[in-house]
Design a protein around this ligand. Structure first.
Ligand code: GLC
Length: 733
């Protein structure tokens, strides 16, 4: 038996039932919470973990008590939401997903782990890898977008960054894949709302990133608050035991979400804490976050013979295993946590690179971008988000340090302030304000300048947990400000900082350039300035579809084909209906009469200052058998005049399946840099397993048949090829 397993079993045998249940509880220990009560619980061996303790001396004291004053000296897990940075802040995860750069995402997570570990944190509640297709949902900001493959690869990269090659080395912290599972399907995008996800969809979409995280060695998972097909995740034995433990072989720990065990009674699944403790413990939740249902009821449930002690042993054993894999028994004593992490130039450099590659250029009419410091004499920089060191950090930045931020205004002044007269003006008090009294000053400023850059969007509080919106247009009077500035007839570039895709149909025609910056983190300023002035080319690609209007939601690229799909030929806007059009004369297909059936900006979209051309798609073999790997290659040329990165994306469609299959599915991609004029042959490999899916029998299968392939710079790529997968190798001639 592995050394750690032996230690786990030995320790379990030495523990009382009360001490094992103590390990299964976690309490909030933020400043102001009853310190003495928590210290006593630790001293009595009745607490396995705390969260929100980032005060170095307090963390040191609590670990000291755990190690030296409790009977068995079991160290504490100290958890914190280190979601996209600690004090140095990376772009929000949705922005990091726009980089399509796993190495960079991993580096960002590593920086976050190393800063958090300095303050005593040894467990983060990240990555959040819920598949998110609904921009009304505030938590789309902390997701990695709508695609299961992109979320799988980048989520696994975050796990690798947080946990390092060895979770036991200083600077590594335990990761926590959350929220298991299907949370992003919350009805109407309202957080915590009901989800109903058929098992086939769960397996083909929502479970994929979690399986990838488990395969990447994630040490913990967190259950979702949500009700899934009538059984809340926190009591869902099929998910937590059948799939997670039995099918996937996960042997880390499962933690509830905040008080989600007691909420089982609120859901109406149980009639109180005793029933909730029973349901969660027997389903497979090892640790209760910030609640005492376990502490108050599990002992009696075991004494009464309702819960077997083996259930407690399994849960406590999973917790001890994670603590041992983290090396806590060895290193908890020697780390002297601080109250603030030292500023690291490396972390700032990673934050800047991540922000740069997260920026998505959505529109660039008449080549209005990049701006030229040589030809511009003056520039108006307007808007409430041009110079706000805090708001650019985004949601879930409990420990983010705005003092480390550089804002877009400051960065532009530093970059071109000697050559270009920059005139700044807020125009609006904040993004929600309807007060237009600042417009005159803004218009006056713009009228005396050669061009205007307008920084709009959402403050960080307008996305994140419990911050869903039913209207996803620009809040307040921002659209009015755009219209007024556009009427001046001067070049107008809008930079949007937001935690979600916004519905931009009402402004997109009024702007010459449109750059999406998400919430870009500490170094968003220099990244945006470098792109605006052409020091760097934008290279971000959308990890989520942008609807034209909310009424299209949910709208995502990897949708099913349907039996009567809309086509360019059949769609006609209702304003163009002929008078008394006969009932069946307008194309009986799946569309809205008042909005085109495509998104405003599709998944994978992002413009560049270069001009990338794809050609000559080759597939080898073009009639593969189940034993073959499939090689796909294209030629990619930079026909532009600047060096730039491109994300070449490969999509596949399985034409016929024993369940209906999406019209396109991202399978892999490559990010690469090409010089002006450079041409390169880009090679991709597809394994037969890449073509597998969960069929009607709820097992992963691969079926022979026709497959279509596209390669390009977005999910609407047109360069196309086909192959036919054969059942078995025919006699080789
Ligand atoms: C919150 C979130 C979860 C977070 C936890 C601790 O309610 O749902 O993502 O990690 O509580 O803050």
């Amino acid at each position: 038996m592995h050394v750690i397993e032996r230690k786990v079993q030995t320790l379990l045998q030495a523990m009382t039932l009360a001490e094992k249940i103590g390990q299964m509880t976690q309490l909030n220990a933020e400043v102001g919470v009853a310190d003495s009560a928590i210290k006593q619980r630790v001293r009595d061996g009745m607490l396995g973990s705390v969260l929100n303790l980032v005060d170095g001396p307090r963390a040191t004291e609590l670990q000291r008590i755990a190690l030296h004053e409790s009977r068995l000296g079991i160290p504490l897990l100290i958890g914190r939401d280190v979601i996209h940075g600690f004090q140095t802040v990376m772009p929000i995860p949705l922005g990091q997903a726009a980089t399509w750069n796993a190495d960079l995402v991993r580096a960002g997570a590593r920086c976050a782990a190393e800063e958090a570990a300095q303050c005593g944190v040894n467990w983060t509640f990240a990555p959040m890898i819920d598949i998110a297709r609904d921009p009304r949902w505030g938590r789309i900001a902390e997701s990695l977008g709508e695609d299961p493959v992109l979320a799988s690869v980048l989520g696994a990269a975050m796990v690798a960054g947080f946990q390092g090659d060895d979770p036991a080395v200083p600077g590594s912290i335990a990761a926590c894949a959350k929220h298991f599972v299907g949370y992003g399907e919350a009805e109407s995008g309202r957080d915590y709302a009901t989800t109903n996800v058929p098992e086939n969809e769960l397996r083909n979409v929502h479970l994929q990133p979690f399986h990838a995280a488990v395969q990447a060695g994630v040490l913990s998972l967190m259950t979702s608050f949500s009700d899934i097909d009538g059984v809340p995740a926190t009591a869902n034995r099929k998910l937590l035991d059948d799939i997670l433990r039995k099918e996937w072989g996960f042997d880390g720990l499962v933690v509830s979400d905040w008080d989600s065990i007691r909420q089982l009674a609120v859901h109406g699944l149980t009639d109180g804490d005793r029933g909730s403790a029973f349901e969660a413990a027997t389903a497979g939740v090892d640790m209760e976050m910030q609640g005492d249902a376990y502490f108050n009821h599990l002992h009696a449930l075991v004494e009464d013979g309702v819960v077997a002690e083996s259930v407690i042993d399994r849960a406590a054993g999973n917790i001890l295993r994670v603590k041992m894999r983290l090396g806590l028994f060895e290193r908890a004593a020697d780390t002297l946590p601080k109250s603030s992490a030292s500023v690291s130039q490396h972390a700032l450099d990673v934050a800047r690179q991540s922000a740069l590659q997260s920026l998505v250029l959505l529109k660039n009419d008449n080549g209005c971008l990049p701006l030229s410091a040589e030809s511009l004499t003056s520039l108006a920089v307007i808007g409430p988000l041009a110079d706000d060191a805090y708001e650019q950090l985004g949601t879930w930045i409990f420990d983010g340090d705005p003092a480390r931020s550089m804002t877009p205004l400051a960065a532009m002044q530093a970059l071109v302030g000697d050559a270009v007269a920059i005139h700044a003006c807020r125009g609006l008090r904040d993004t929600r304000s309807g007060d237009q009294s600042g417009f005159e000053a803004a218009l006056e400023t713009a009228s005396i300048c050669d061009a205007t850059v307008l920084f709009l969007g959402e403050e960080s509080i307008l996305s994140g947990e419990a911050h869903s919106r039913a209207d996803i247009t620009l809040p307040g009077a921002q659209a009015d400000l755009i219209h007024r500035l556009q009427a001046l007839g001067k070049p107008l570039v809008v930079v949007i900082l937001a935690g979600r895709p916004l519905a931009l149909s009402n402004i997109v025609d009024d702007v010459d350039g449109l750059l999406y910056a998400w919430h870009p983190g500490s170094m968003g300023g220099p990244a945006i300035a470098d792109v605006l002035f052409g020091v760097e080319s934008p290279s971000g690609k959308l990890p989520v579809s942008f609807p034209r209007v909310l009424g299209q939601v949910p709208i995502y690229y990897n949708h099913k084909h349907g039996g009567k799909p809309p086509t360019p030929e059949t769609w006609v806007h209702m304003d163009d209906f002929p008078a008394r059009a006969p009932q069946t004369s307008l194309g009986m297909t799946a569309f809205h009469m008042d909005v085109h059936y495509t998104p405003l900006f599709p998944f994978g979209h992002g413009l560049s200052y270069a001009k990338f051309v794809y050609s000559d798609l080759q597939i080898e073999p073009n009639a593969p058998t189940m034993d073959d790997a499939i090689s796909i290659s294209v030629s990619l040329q930079n026909n532009g005049e600047v060096t730039a990165d491109e994300v070449a994306q490969l999509y596949v469609r399985d034409l016929v399946g024993n369940v209906t299959r999406p019209v396109r599915e991202l399978k892999t991609w490559q990010r690469m840099q090409l010089e002006p004029g450079e041409s390169r042959r880009v090679h991709f490999k597809l394994s037969i397993d890449d073509l597998s899916f969960c069929g009607r029998e709820l097992r992963r299968i691969v079926e022979p048949g026709e497959f279509h392939v596209w390669v390009g710079g977005s999910s609407t790529a047109s360069l196309h090829g086909e192959f036919r997968l054969r059942e078995a190798p025919t006699e080789k001639t």
